[in-house]
Unconditional design. Sequence first.
Length: 360
Amino acid sequence: MGESKEKIINRLISNNAEIITATELQERLKSESQLTHYIGFEISGYVHLGTGIMSALVMKDLTDLGVKCTVWLADWHSAINNKLDGTRETAATIGRGYFTEAMKASYVAVGGNPEDIEFRLASEWYNKDPESYWGTVIKVGQHTTLARMLRSIDITGKEAGEDVDYARTMYPAMQAADVFFQNIDIAHAGMDQRKIHVVVRDAASKIAPDKPKPIIIHHPLLQSLNGKNKEDKMSKSNPDSAIFVHDDPKDIEHKIKKAFAPEKEIDHNPILNWTKTMLFWNRSKPFVIERKEEHGGNLEFTSYAELEKTYATGNLHPMDLKNTVAHELIQLLAPVREHMAKPEIAAMKADLDAVLAAKK
RNA sequence: CCGGGGAUGGCAGAUCGGCUUAUGCAGCGGACUGUAAAUCCGCGAAGGUAGGUUCAACUCCUACUCCCCGGACCA
């Protein structure tokens, strides 16, 4: 790897939606001891690009900076939010199975070595020291107001209009406690987890006053392929809004073809948004648009800004961009498809297929 | 536990003892765009469960299940 640490740090700062705070990250990376990272996931279904690729891009960069990265399989949380069949056992099984394999393969897709990532099952960790964990949950609760917790719930799985059972109100305190319990230096998630992570920062001075506050990294969320608003994000529950890491080439082509992509529009344009967020994350080779002579011939871009500018003028047609993006994604995800094709891995996905089918 | 209300397509939401169970959104197909969206045309799709009344029940009655609202009990 020829990249300098400085270059990687700068990339993390500019590509992520936010880092709280970038200065703290820079400073603490200079320390002797290895920093610990974690990103937590509910086990709720197939892994899409936002989960698989976006978090892998961040983890790859952090790993290259010497950070120890961990993926937290939040089985308790999944059960609280009634994901899959609503049981912790199923969340644990799928988490250890399909989900872990899909995440490892995604990490390979972005050029990483999956051996570098540790996968932890939440319930197993709690059982190592229940007294400490559940005590921390209560402690977080004591240092945060109810209103604050309630505000962070609607971003942890509650859908509009859905009834909220009481257990859900415990979710944010658990999520915050996860950070302290594992002694995490860098808590990472998508931008949708912002509210709870700010609670973590605020509670930190009370829970662990002698330690520096956890650093927060939020990667950008990918726009939904068919969303009516630019704020609509890729979602598992709307398969046409998302591409799953294991999708085969024809699924990818189909979904990209159906995607919303107005000409010259750069603001609400998922295809452009994905290009910027994923395909240009750490791009070293030029982005080549192949098109027929009648449409102007091939185009080459070495920066996203350049591509965006051309698109805005109308000199890059959505269809040509779509073709290229589909092609790039198919290539990017090749390692995932390859991994998922192994019989034992395919069987894990079949387990998840069955759980999801039973839910309908 | 008591009282009240409710259960209709994927979702929302009307109507009616027999006649196509509307309508909106979503979905699907087509037209139009060098993509998609928008627009237009077309299509598929429903009555919690078990009984009963009736020539006929989604519609009336009973029970059950589940949900919502209020109250009680407890503290």
